[in-house]
Write a protein that binds this ligand. Structure first.
Ligand code: 13P
Ligand code: SF4
Length: 319
């Protein structure tokens, strides 16, 4: 048996032993996506983590995704393969500064992207992901001041699309800001029939050339269902694994980043490996532990997102 087969078998045995659920984000390597029970975008993974009855959930993604599952299901053991799998949006939004920003407005509604720490979520009114942000913001009464963070590019895109003024926190994803509008245009000249697909964390200069803008699952579904056969993909290339499965016939071109680096890969997502997943299941570690001072308020904001996502009404009254 090859060592890869051996590790996969060990993962299966450990998964059965602990009755564990394995979730993987679309930015993980294909071999990790293939051993997961569910692969998805941030919203889908949060939903699957919450609705599962498994006592142990391993999140092959980044730490804020594991924290989200622990917030929604505090009784579960939530494992992440590598505690260093952070996110530049978390790094760009220190709690004290974010709280001071919030406190500088009178009665704002703070909408915080799920790519944030539990502490930052705790000073937020509601959380959103790229797949439900429009619905969340549209549910807030027009007379309320909306603060959006920590991704200013997603915020600017939503503000324009919804024609709604919002105050934006100045954070950004270090991966998505590197896509080059100039190089995408050059690729489009070479392949005029290609559809440009972009994640809304990209800069406005890139989004202006995109035919489709959306979450990772939206971009994958577009490739799956489109009659086009060429696509230029401006997001982390992990998504191409699923796109290829759905459309083996299609030409899937990675949108180039500035320079000649392979820096369109998320360095945090790519810290995860099959070996680390096996070891986390074997040792039941590293586990997510939440800061009790912040968990309850963060949970309320996240639960509010889940409620709106289910199509249920929430109250925006001032307390
Ligand atoms: P999705 O929710 O679209 O999967 O995005 C997560 C993410 O981290 C994008 O950089
Ligand atoms: Fe964070 Fe960007 Fe990586 Fe997504 S791609 S997890 S926003 S650093």
């Amino acid at each position: 048996m090859t060592s890869l087969m051996q590790i996969k078998q060990e993962i299966t045995e450990l998964k059965n032993k602990h009755n564990a659920l394995i979730l993987a984000h679309f930015y993980e390597d294909g071999e990790i996506q293939d051993i997961a029970d569910y692969c998805g975008d941030s919203l889908f993974l949060a939903q699957k983590g919450q609705e599962s009855s498994h006592p142990v959930v391993l999140m092959a993604g980044v730490v804020f995704m594991g924290e989200g599952i622990k917030l929604l299901s505090p009784e579960k053991t939530v494992l992440v393969p590598d505690m260093n799998a952070g996110c530049s949006l978390v790094n760009h939004s220190p709690y004290d500064d974010y709280k001071a920003w919030r406190d500088s407005f009178i009665d704002p509604v703070v909408v915080t992207y799920i790519n944030s720490s539990t502490e930052v979520k705790s000073v937020s009114d509601v959380i959103c992901t790229s797949s439900n942000a429009e619905k969340i913001i549209a549910s807030i009464p027009e007379n309320r001041t909306v603060l959006f963070g920590p991704d200013r590019n997603l915020g600017a895109y939503l503000s324009k699309k919804l024609n709604r003024k919002m105050e934006l926190w100045p954070g950004a994803c270090e991966v998505h800001v590197l896509f080059s509008a100039k190089k995408i245009v050059e690729l489009k000249v070479e392949h005029p029939d290609a559809l440009v697909l972009a994640h809304p964390e990209c800069l406005e200069s890139v989004l202006q050339f995109a035919d489709i803008i959306g979450s990772t699952s939206h971009l994958i579904n577009t490739v799956k269902e489109s009659s086009a056969s060429k696509f230029i993909i401006a997001t982390e290339p992990g998504v191409i694994h699923q796109m290829r499965k759905h459309r083996p016939d299609a030409l899937l071109l990675e949108a180039p980043a500035e320079g000649s680096c392979a820096c369109n890969e998320c360095p945090y997502m790519k810290l995860n490996t099959l070996e680390k997943i096996r070891d986390a299941l074997m040792n039941l570690s590293p586990q997510i532990h939440l800061n009790a001072d912040h968990a309850e308020k963060a949970r309320n904001a996240l639960e509010k997102m889940m409620t709106i996502s289910r199509g249920q009404d929430v109250s925006w009254n001032l307390v």
